[in-house]
Design a protein around this ligand. Structure first.
Ligand SMILES: Cc1cc2nc3c(=O)[nH]c(=O)nc-3n(C[C@H](O)[C@H](O)[C@H](O)COP(=O)(O)OP(=O)(O)OC[C@H]3O[C@@H](n4cnc5c(N)ncnc54)[C@H](O)[C@@H]3O)c2cc1C
Length: 368
């Protein structure tokens, strides 16, 4: 079997196959794990799934997160998370998962970009750059935010942009953020900030394209627009040192996308290729790990790709629906203030939202 993409979804599938005695081929376009547009928030579920795959975020230096703060203008709602979360950069997490896949016996092929995936009879043909074609009975597509030209995700709402930067904060600002994730709402988007390993801070923003253009169409103008609307946000960045040469960005995010259950024979869609949950939930990595493990377990049990895709769809339905409602409310200028006011009065509602936008506990696809 061939797995395309070595993010959490692809590596989870590779580890599961390799542990079962197979030697899956895992093809990744980058030559080593890199930083990715992601808020780096690991829910308790993500942490447990990573541990089950041999990766312990705490041992990698992940920063503990116990509090969540929701901010709009000068108003703030704060509560304790219903679980212990962590902040860990994707470069470190993805590298550790890849290492586990290699250790378990997967055939890792880095620096190869799959350009074509075509079905010939009962086999798939994969073409990666100048490398020789490979054929396989089953393909696990885990290319994340990037579609393959031959198999694009069809979704109408592709108007979101994601951007990210790491900072070294001055001690006072770092102290304010210690142990908390802060989500600042602004018209057309939200900005998440928290600490990751080695005392670094990540700022990750999801914004609608129209709002991004309205605010000036650049990272600097977007930051200025958010700071203009929130004194708390404005106070944290002065004196901060950017740790990447430039912000990372991704456009055309299809929030709310879910792959249908009718898929080509023996094609398993994993992670963001199966479902794109709104970022404010911080549960995309959990879904990626779950889908990778579940797809491999489904294949190993002798069941088919549509069975996997149907069961995954059912598993994710409730959390995707609620996440979509919250995402729309948090993007809409007129509603944002009411959302934060309600969360300040009823902090339990914020905790419930954090709980119910997670994968159902013990979600397993092995028994359809
Ligand atoms: C703004 C934003 C903030 C987010 N914040 C969080 C958060 O805080 N917590 C959380 O849990 N989730 C978050 N998410 C979601 C999370 O980032 C994704 O759900 C998760 O990365 C999906 O994992 P994946 O393995 O499917 O894809 P990815 O992690 O994107 O990995 C896909 C891999 O495939 C490779 N690839 C792509 N195309 C090819 C090709 N043609 N050939 C070979 N290899 C290829 C890529 O290089 C990449 O390594 C956020 C998303 C966004 C957009």
């Amino acid at each position: 079997m061939i797995i395309i993409g070595a993010g959490p979804a692809g590596t989870a599938a590779a580890i599961t196959f390799a542990r079962a005695g197979h030697r899956p081929i895992l093809i990744e376009r980058t030559s080593r794990p890199t930083d990715k547009v992601c808020g780096d928030f690991l829910s308790a579920d993500t942490i447990q799934r990573a541990q089950a795959l041999g990766v312990d975020p705490a041992a990698l230096g992940a920063a503990p997160i116990r509090q969540v703060r929701l901010i709009h203008g000068d108003r703030m709602a704060e509560t304790t998370l219903p679980f212990l979360a962590m902040g860990l950069s994707r470069r470190v997490l993805d590298a550790a998962l890849l290492h586990q896949a290699e250790r378990a016996g997967a055939d890792i092929r880095l620096g190869q970009t799959v350009r074509h995936l075509t079905r010939n009879g009962d086999r798939w043909t994969i073409k990666a750059g100048e490398h020789a074609e490979i054929t396989a009975r089953s393909v696990f597509q885990a290319t994340g935010k990037h579609d393959l030209r031959d198999l694009p995700r069809r979704h109408t709402g592709r108007d979101a942009i994601g951007m990210k930067m790491y900072f070294a904060l001055p001690p006072e600002s770092a102290k304010r953020l210690d142990g908390a994730v802060e989500l600042t709402l602004f018209p057309g988007g939200y900005a998440g900030m928290q600490q990751v390993e080695e005392g670094r801070t990540v700022l990750c923003i999801a914004v609608q394209r129209a709002a991004f253009q309205l605010f000036g169409g650049s990272w600097a103008s977007l930051i200025a627009a958010i700071a203009h609307r929130s004194r708390r946000f404005a106070a944290i960045l002065p004196g901060a040192r950017a740790l990447l040469p430039r912000p990372l960005a991704v456009a055309g995010i299809p929030y709310g996308y879910r792959a249908g259950s009718s898929c080509p024979d023996e094609l398993y869609r994993l992670g963001d290729q199966a479902a794109v949950i709104p970022s404010l939930t911080g549960d995309g990595i959990a879904i990626a790990l779950h889908s990778g493990t579940a797809a491999a377990e489904t294949w190993l049990s002798g069941a088919t790709a549509p069975t996997y895709q149907q069961t995954l769809g059912r598993t994710l339905a409730g959390q995707m629906r609620l996440a979509g409602i919250l995402h729309r409310a948090c993007l809409s200028g007129p509603i944002q203030s009411a959302v934060v006011r309600a969360a300040a009065v009823f902090p339990g509602a914020l905790r419930r939202a954090a709980t119910h936008t997670r994968l159902p506990s013990r979600a397993s696809l092995a028994q359809p």
